[in-house]
Design a protein around this ligand. Structure first.
Ligand SMILES: *[C@@H]1O[C@H](CO)[C@@H](O)[C@H](O)[C@H]1NC(C)=O
Length: 232
């Protein structure tokens, strides 16, 4: 009898322990009013984001960033086993590129300046195959991209370009600067919703990645700091 009670009890404790361990490893953080600071060019430092959904037929990603880099760099890199650029937001010398399943769309002539906060949203849907990039409230042309779903397992890195699934970073493609307010939705946001995000008015948080409840791991020197636009 005692043995039985002991057994039940320790099994319960073990389950509780496992539950705590798994939930501790996955506790989301509220990064409201925070930013990630990427202070140096490396081939290693990045933020690795955890995402549950692994199959997308449409999506929107929005974030804000600040930099004085005048070379090319990766901002958001989502890789799947068969496509290192499952979804990539990349800044080229004179344009932005969005890649879906390794199909690149280049967006030219968007008004971009160094040393300013920029709000970016990218949308894509397999049904139309169209990708579009919004920068500071201005839409780009809508361009043909992939017409197939993005299938996981998904690995997302901020601040590095995955040239393979989860790795092959290059310092010369790394991001140096600050990034904030990253959200991802599994559908295309309406232009009105995108404008709300860009004006930082009340907008709906991402339903697959939410800056106010984000699961991530920091690798190397990436700092979580307060945004510098408020007095406290
Ligand atoms: C995150 O923090 C902000 C500001 O403190 C708060 O308004 C918001 O409700 C929080 N969100 C979540 C999901 O906890």
């Amino acid at each position: 009898m005692t043995c039985m009670v002991f057994f039940v009890c320790s099994l319960y404790q073990m389950l509780l322990f496992l539950l705590l361990v798994t939930s501790c490893a996955a506790i989301p953080q509220n990064l409201s009013e925070k930013m990630f600071t990427f202070p140096e060019a490396t081939g290693t430092a990045h933020a690795k984001l955890t995402i549950l959904k692994q199959d997308f037929n449409a999506l929107t990603v929005c974030f804000r960033f600040f930099t004085d880099l005048s070379r090319e760099y990766a901002l958001f890199s989502l890789a799947v086993p068969s496509f290192d650029n499952g979804l990539l937001f990349y800044k080229n010398l004179n344009s932005f590129a969005v890649s879906v399943r390794n199909t690149d769309s280049s967006f030219e002539g968007l008004d971009f300046k160094l040393n300013k906060w920029h709000s970016v949203c990218g949308t894509w849907s397999a049904a139309s195959g169209l990708a579009q990039l919004w920068l500071n409230g201005e839409p780009s042309s809508r361009k043909l991209s992939s017409t197939s779903n993005i299938n996981g397992p998904i690995i997302i890195a901020l601040g590095q370009d995955q040239d393979s699934h989860g790795g092959d970073f290059q310092a010369k493609q790394s991001f140096v600067g600050m990034m904030s307010d990253l959200h991802m939705w599994d559908y295309t946001l309406s232009p009105c919703e995108i404008r709300k995000y860009m004006n930082d008015r009340s907008y709906a948080n991402g339903n697959v990645l939410n800056w106010n409840s984000l699961e991530f791991q920091i690798k190397g020197r990436v700092l979580i700091e307060n945004k510098q636009n408020t007095c406290q």
